[in-house]
Write a protein that binds this ligand. Structure first.
Ligand code: 5CA
Ligand code: ZN
Length: 480
């Protein structure tokens, strides 16, 4: 019986990831523009299930989906000073219409604040119009200066889910930040991806935000990946774009805003966290094929086997599972196993002559390769059980692994040692001063993820740099 080996995934992670995207037919990254890839049919199906999950989660909390233009005028993108300052060297510009230079250039949106907010100015009149909770899923463009990687750091981010909310008060934005954090927890939990949630240090917040909260996950190679962010924008953008509303008392106030984003990087985390040396392992929820039926043909009983396969398929489909039969005649069962394992199909069903006689099938779980026989009469309920078990176990296993890679450390030397060998995340006591924060980053050549917002911890110790009273822990990691 095969076992879920993870040597290649863990020791040659980048290589493994890139190869898997091709082999499992998720994404072809050979497109002749740096940082752009092609979603292949199977990958696109995964993407569709993931975006549907995002839609459901946002819709359930009263968000409305919209679709804004991809181009933003230069005038608008420059309106909020700190925003453009940070994005300036990542913006792709549209400079010509045909042969003629444009009078005002257009930016391809690197994110959509400056596209959406001039329209909010037209829409928001009074307190009765608020809150407004919008989201869209589409492409943004960033001429990333860091190393580009398929799905994880791309220049056309094709699956950018961004939500933008407008409120009457600061308190309401704080409540919205909590709601957004919940939505993202639900999203990553559904995908079985473990995360830490940290408030980014001030110097690393989203350009134009009051503060930023980030979801980070540890990849198999020990580096962290920021897989979602939630920002409180305060009134920075509403002042820049002059978006005011009339209060109950008849005064005029600037609106308060939040925004939060997730991209295909979330799909990248999911692939990385659950995959193994055999290929993808998909959570049933986002698996385009949840059950693959593979006939084990036998000369005399070929027809009865195929009939049983069809009967079983129909039965499974009627209980709502995404199921297929691999009927290819020229391919051996062994090659079919390999094919579907690579694509991460949660459960494989084998049906041979003996199974037909016994009115049973053989079930094989993708994550553990555990085999069992199951009577056709009880197949539906057993499959439901298996899918639930598998989802829960994948999630728990990933969380256990990640938690074992978070270290509480009392001195910089040890932190340095751990991060040098890419052990994961270290947590250090910190006074909160930027100067000490920068010193930590320099001395251990790593990134401050920020202070924990997912755990309430009383910190007793002293700042690891200046020895003054520590106000909080700070998480440090080698980040992607
Ligand atoms: N306007 C805000 C909220 S939507 C914003 O743009 N935030 S962001 O810059 O932090 O991006 C949101 C998320 O998109 C990030 O947390 C990250 O997971 C993902 N992301 C950002 N840049 C890229 C990229 N180049 N490739 C893939 N994913 C990216
Ligand atoms: Zn300090």
């Amino acid at each position: 019986m095969a076992v879920a080996k993870r040597e290649r995934r863990d020791n040659q992670f980048g290589e493994w990831f890139r190869q898997l995207l091709m082999d499992a037919e998720i994404l072809d990254y050979r497109y002749p523009i740096k940082g752009c890839g092609v979603w292949l049919p199977y990958g696109y199906k995964i993407r569709k299930l993931v975006t549907q999950l995002l839609r459901d989660l946002h819709d359930a909390k009263g968000h409305d989906e919209v679709r804004f233009p991809i181009m933003v005028t230069e005038t608008n993108i420059r309106k909020e000073a700190s925003h453009i300052k940070d994005f300036e060297n990542e913006v792709f510009w549209v400079t010509h219409g045909g042969l003629k230079p444009l009078e005002i250039r257009y930016a391809l949106r690197p994110t959509s604040e400056t596209a959406i907010y001039p329209m909010l100015k037209l829409w928001v009149r009074s307190h009765a119009d608020l809150p407004i909770k919008l989201y869209q899923i589409g492409s943004v463009f960033r001429c990333e200066t860091k190393t580009t990687r398929p799905i994880i750091r791309v220049r056309e981010v094709t699956t950018f889910k961004e939500a933008h909310t407008s409120h009457a008060t600061l308190e309401e934005t704080e409540a919205q930040i909590k709601e957004a954090t919940h939505i993202y927890k639900d999203f990553f939990d559904a995908c079985g991806v473990p995360y830490t949630i940290s408030r980014r240090p001030d110097w690393d917040k989203f350009p134009g935000a009051l503060y930023s909260i980030s979801f980070d996950s540890i990849m198999p190679d020990g580096r962290t990946l920021q897989s979602g962010t939630v920002h409180n924008l305060g009134q920075n953008f509403s002042k820049a774009f002059d978006i005011q509303y009339e209060t109950l008392q008849g005064d005029h106030e600037y609106i308060w805003q939040t925004c939060y984003g997730i991209s295909e990087r979330g799909i990248g985390s999911m692939i990385s966290v659950h995959g193994d040396d055999h290929g993808l392992v998909l959570m049933p929820l986002v698996a385009p094929v949840q059950v693959i039926i593979i006939p084990i043909p036998h000369k005399e009983s070929y027809e009865s086997i195929m009939n049983t396969c069809s009967k079983v398929e129909e039965k499974i489909r009627s209980s709502g599972f995404r199921v297929e039969i691999d009927k290819r005649e020229e391919v051996t069962p062994g090659a079919k196993f390999y094919h579907w394992e690579l694509r991460g199909v949660p459960v494989r069903i084998e049906i041979g002559p003996k199974d037909v006689q016994k009115e049973q099938v053989i079930l094989v779980r993708r994550d553990t390769f555990k085999k069992e026989a199951c009577k056709i009469s009880s197949l539906q309920s057993r499959l439901s059980e298996l899918m639930d078990q598998m989802s829960a176990e994948l999630r728990e296993k990933a969380w256990r692994w990640m938690k074992s890679r978070i270290y509480s450390v009392g001195d910089l030397e040890e932190a340095n040692k751990l991060l040098k060998k890419r052990a994961g995340i270290v947590e250090l006591p910190w006074c909160g001063e930027a100067e000490c924060g920068h010193k930590i980053e320099e001395q251990i050549n790593a990134t401050l993820l920020g202070t924990p917002v997912d755990v309430e911890e009383k910190v007793e110790g002293k700042c690891i740099v200046c020895s003054k009273k520590a106000l909080s822990l700070v998480r440090v990691a080698v980040a992607y």
